[in-house]
Design a protein around this ligand. Structure first.
Ligand code: ADP
Ligand code: MG
Length: 240
């Protein structure tokens, strides 16, 4: 469903993605792990066309989306992205946050968008928070709303960048549970994470990034249990 081939990205002459290859099958969950600065966020931003490639290509559902002639907005309608900082609009209620894009971008009628939003919120236990403003919610609730907001666009692919990193430890579980449910529903996801236990549990494929390349990729049991690359072993020894 998603293929990155030889993706290269530089910032001011500094190579951040160095000929990176990645393939994601439909309904699969791919976890990106690697030290801070290894290029995980930049890769997700490239897939969502928030960054222009310096070389290589990215294909989504058979379409080369990295082609500069492609309309990024049209591509982003098929991709849901959630960041570490939830980025909810503070002046909008939960319901307004979730229905904004479906109404403005997808031109859905208000009643239809709200019905869908309420259903999504109910599914994650936030039905009673629909009219609340973000500052009345816990960090975990805000992040779950941010994920619901991304889901409201009915994306083909979800990109999750360290979505639990800003949360207090006791709030991490509820967000991970939501991602687990999404996987059970068959959502295709690429997630950058520091949560090795979670990557191990939820990912079909784990990709270890080092200096802008996928150094090692495979099922979690293999990458965590029998890493073949010295750099992977070093990284895992340091953090586990
Ligand atoms: P990760 O998410 O794995 O921690 P990032 O993709 O955020 O890594 O960053 C990889 C490298 O690219 C880092 O050295 C970072 O400083 C650099 N970088 C990321 N975005 C920019 C930018 N917009 N301008 C300059 N350097 C950047
Ligand atoms: Mg990052």
């Amino acid at each position: 469903m998603l293929t990155c081939q030889g993706v290269r990205k530089e910032f001011g002459g500094r190579v951040v993605l160095d000929g990176l290859d990645l393939t994601v099958e439909e309904h699969r969950v791919v976890a990106l792990i690697g030290a801070s600065g290894s290029g995980k966020s930049t890769l997700l931003r490239c897939v969502n066309l928030l960054e222009e490639l310096d070389d290589g290509s990215i294909t989504l559902d058979g379409e080369e989306i990295s082609d500069p002639r492609v309309d990024p907005d049209r591509v982003r309608r098929r991709i849901g992205m959630v960041f570490q900082s939830y980025n909810l609009f503070p002046h909008l209620s939960v319901l307004e946050n979730v229905t904004l894009a479906p109404r403005r971008v997808h031109r859905r009628a208000r009643a239809e968008a709200e019905a869908q939003a309420r259903e999504l919120l109910a599914r994650v236990g936030l039905a009673d928070r629909a009219d609340a403003y973000p500052d009345r919610l816990s960090g975990g609730q805000q992040q779950r709303v941010a994920i619901v907001r991304a889901l409201a666009n009915s994306p083909r692919l979800m990109l999750l960048d360290e979505v639990t990193s800003a949360l207090d430890p006791e709030l991490v579980g509820e967000v991970l549970a939501m991602i687990r449910d999404l996987k059970a529903d068959g959502m295709t996801m690429v997630l950058a994470t520091h949560e090795m236990g979670f990557a191990r549990e939820v990912a079909d494929q784990v990709c270890f990034l080092d200096a802008g390349r996928v150094v090692e990729a495979g099922p979690p049991a293999q990458v965590f249990g029998e890493p073949t690359q010295p750099r992977t072993r070093q990284f895992l020894k340091r953090i586990i």
